[in-house]
Design a protein around this ligand. Structure first.
Ligand code: AMP
Ligand code: MG
Length: 495
């Protein structure tokens, strides 16, 4: 224990019954070193970043010291992985130290990932390799900068120990901050055990924590289902709008809060292909880009099932009302998605035919494997009237006449807006990023870190991605599509 109170912990999850978790401290590591500390996030959490950077702070991030007020636990959960039921998963390599109320009054989990074995580790070693830790840091912080709900990364450290994967790799620990770590799989854990008391407690817990506006409503559990459906529709539509492929949308990786969680073999797409799969473990393409909305709805169906006994004493009625709510997913998703796409192509009005215009662009991008990010970004630079500026976007499409045809329709539609070029262009640039964590960039910084213990490229990439919408001098290469020899075809979870 250290004497001063560095964190204002208030640990609500550990006050739930003991069967919700296992209590244990992280397993200390030999020689921790700080790779990066997110001081902006530390400020939001009202944590003294300077302290965290000192040896005493580092000892906490390494799991070598338990700070005062912490109640370290590993959470229990289950889940459907690739459609198959796994009755017990749980935090096998993560420890929740506690919860902090941030400067905005939001309760946030403070979790160490890679902190040693727990009763939920099954065959795993409870550790994380540095590569996946850095990948998660990069992608989660990029996601946050894009304005998409996500868990955050407060710190990445090396442990001074090695982990054994396909080869021997340096170990790392990520400090993950989340609105909570309750997942669809947490509900499924208790539902599978027929533990009605726990289910009700858990449902009440997440309502109070994430959806307190439901507390005064008549059927708060139906409200919970509807709220989670809406948050997921919003989340997955945001992913589709930036070409993000989560890669492992198992129910244990779907957070009730609506945050993106678990950056394993995820990827931001370069050349658009709706069927593309990067994850080495997704051989059937279950979690490919275009399937993400369907999978989200399938997972939500699983969530609904766990809530049935809370919805009504009459099972038929419960099924009927839950089904109605689940069926709203598609409409919600479409409305978020097309609204986002309209913004991306510079439309502020909503007119008949807009969805078709979007679909035609998506088809064009797919037919010619146009770079997802640059297509939209280059579109920002085009004028209301055809001009020489069009030449920039021609570079992305091998069939100029097909592209010209779409641009013709787009301009005819823009004419109905009466927007000025500069005004529309500026608005578009605020929703169409220039910089995303392209796989080859991530791969390059991970190689430098793991192979040469060189963290400079990692730090540089994180800095650039913190301002995804702004041009940054000297970093033009970070916005480019990969050269053929740089293309990363496969990503790994690295567990
Ligand atoms: P993930 O694929 O990261 O969502 O993890 C799925 C399950 O495997 C979770 O229960 C994890 O805690 C567990 N797990 C993943 N990697 C390890 C590891 N190295 N040691 C122990 N458990 C792990
Ligand atoms: Mg997981």
């Amino acid at each position: 224990m250290i004497s001063s109170e560095i964190f204002n912990f208030d640990n609500s999850y550990s006050r739930l019954p003991e069967r919700f978790f296992a209590s244990l401290p992280p397993l200390p590591v030999r020689d921790p070193k700080l790779v990066r500390l997110n001081s902006g996030l530390a400020d939001q959490l009202c944590i003294d970043a300077k302290f965290l950077g000192k040896p005493e702070g580092l000892a906490i991030l390494a799991g070598n010291t338990i700070p005062k007020g912490a109640t370290p636990i590993a959470m229990a959960y289950a889940g459907f992985q690739f459609g198959h039921w796994v009755p017990q998963l749980g935090d096998g390599r993560a420890i929740l130290l506690g919860e902090i109320i941030d400067s905005g009054g939001v309760r946030r989990d403070f979790q160490l990932k890679g902190s040693g074995p727990t009763p939920f580790s099954r065959m795993g070693d409870g550790r994380a390799a540095l590569g996946p830790v850095l990948r998660e840091y990069i992608c989660s912080e990029a996601m946050a900068a894009l304005g998409i709900p996500t868990t955050r990364s407060l710190a990445a450290i090396t442990t001074g120990e090695q982990v054994s994967r396909e080869r021997i790799l340096p170990g790392g620990i990520l400090t993950r901050i989340a609105r909570s770590h309750v997942r669809v799989g947490t509900f499924q854990y208790f539902a599978a055990r027929n533990d009605m008391e726990a289910l009700r407690l858990l449902a009440d817990y997440v309502i109070e924590r994430h959806y307190p506006e439901l507390l005064s409503t008549e059927n708060r559990y139906l409200g919970l289902l509807a709220s989670v459906v809406k948050q997921q529709a919003l989340l997955v539509s945001s992913w589709q709008l930036v070409g993000f492929i989560h890669g492992v949308m198992n129910t244990d990786n779907m957070a009730i809060s609506g945050e993106t969680i678990d950056y394993g073999p995820c990827a931001f797409m370069d050349f658009f292909d709706p069927d593309i799969v990067y994850s080495s473990i997704d051989q059937m393409g279950r979690y490919c880009y275009k399937n993400q909305p369907h999978i989200a709805q399938w997972n939500l169906g699983g969530f609904a099932q766990t809530l049935l006994p809370l919805l009504s004493q009459d099972m038929d009625e419960a099924v009927e009302t839950a089904t109605e709510v689940i069926n709203t997913f598609e409409t919600l998703f479409q409305s978020f998605y097309y609204a986002g796409m309209r913004r991306k192509i510079g439309l502020s009005l909503e007119l008949d035919g807009d969805d078709n215009l979007v679909e035609d662009l998506i088809k064009l991008m797919a037919d010619y494997n146009m770079d997802f990010t640059l297509t939209f970004r280059y579109l920002c630079g085009l004028k209301n009237e055809k001009s020489l500026a069009d030449s920039v976007i021609y570079k992305l499409c091998s069939d100029q006449s097909a592209l010209d045809l779409w641009l013709l329709h787009w301009r005819a539609r823009l004419a109905k807006e009466n927007s000025l070029d500069t005004q529309r262009q500026n608005t578009m640039m605020q929703v169409n990023p220039l910089f995303i964590p392209r796989n080859h960039l991530v791969e390059r910084v991970v190689r430098a870190a793991e192979d040469d213990n060189n963290m400079t490229p990692f730090n540089e990439l994180v800095d650039v991605l913190a301002r995804p919408y702004d041009g940054q001098s000297g970093y033009d290469d970070f916005a480019k599509t990969p050269r053929p020899e740089e293309i990363v075809k496969e990503t790994f979870c690295g567990t």
